[in-house]
Design a protein around this ligand. Structure first.
Ligand code: ZN
Length: 190
């Protein structure tokens, strides 16, 4: 089943928003803006059309590796669900495999799949951790996200240098202080 194309409908809403902001949607610079904005927002929320199974697509490999694997500094671009403004930052992921490892590029794809939805950083962190746990059956999974929120930087309290950090620890990262500390030390070193 193919999804109906809703670009035209969305563009109409963007035209109304531009008008509502007191601008003239017919002036030259804005004539194609509703369509461009509609396409941009569809791209930024295309994670809704993806599923974990399709995305992983068999990239799970048998391995005897049973030590911590860390994937650091995955770029992250998302939209806050409260203001529809971007929050951008980095995601760090670690897991301790037990028999299966996940292809490296899949970590970034999992981050993108959940980031390209309307999100709050807390839920995004949890969803990424749960997804990695479910596809790898790892002994432990840790996810840390550090991000800057445009809704805080450009409006409201206008704090330009605040960084929000969230973490989700599952399995041995939750039960073992030593494992958690090892991970946090590894991602401090740049
Ligand atoms: Zn916000």
């Amino acid at each position: 089943m193919t999804k109906p194309d809703r670009t035209g409908e969305l563009a109409g809403h963007f035209r109304a928003i531009i008008d509502g902001l007191g601008e003239d949607p017919q002036r030259e610079g804005l004539q194609n803006t509703p369509t461009r904005a509609a396409k941009a927002m569809q791209f930024l929320t295309k994670g809704y059309e993806q599923s974990l199974a399709d995305l992983v697509n068999g990239a799970i490999f048998e391995s005897q590796m049973d030590e911590m694997v860390v994937v650091q500094d995955i770029e992250l671009y998302s939209l806050c669900e409260h203001h529809l403004l971007p929050f951008i930052g980095k995601c760090h992921i670690a897991y301790i495999p037990q028999g299966r490892v996940l292809g490296l590029s899949k970590f970034a794809r999992i981050v993108d799949m959940y980031a390209r939805r309307l999100q709050i950083q807390e839920n995004l962190t949890r969803e990424i951790a749960n997804a990695i746990e479910s596809v790898t059956n790892a002994k432990g999974v840790a996810v840390v996200i550090e991000a800057q929120h445009m809704c805080m930087m450009m409006r409201g309290v206008e704090k330009q240098n605040s960084l929000m950090k969230t973490s989700m620890m599952l399995g041995s990262f939750r039960s073992s202080q030593a494992t958690r500390t090892e991970f946090l030390n590894l991602i401090q070193k740049r």
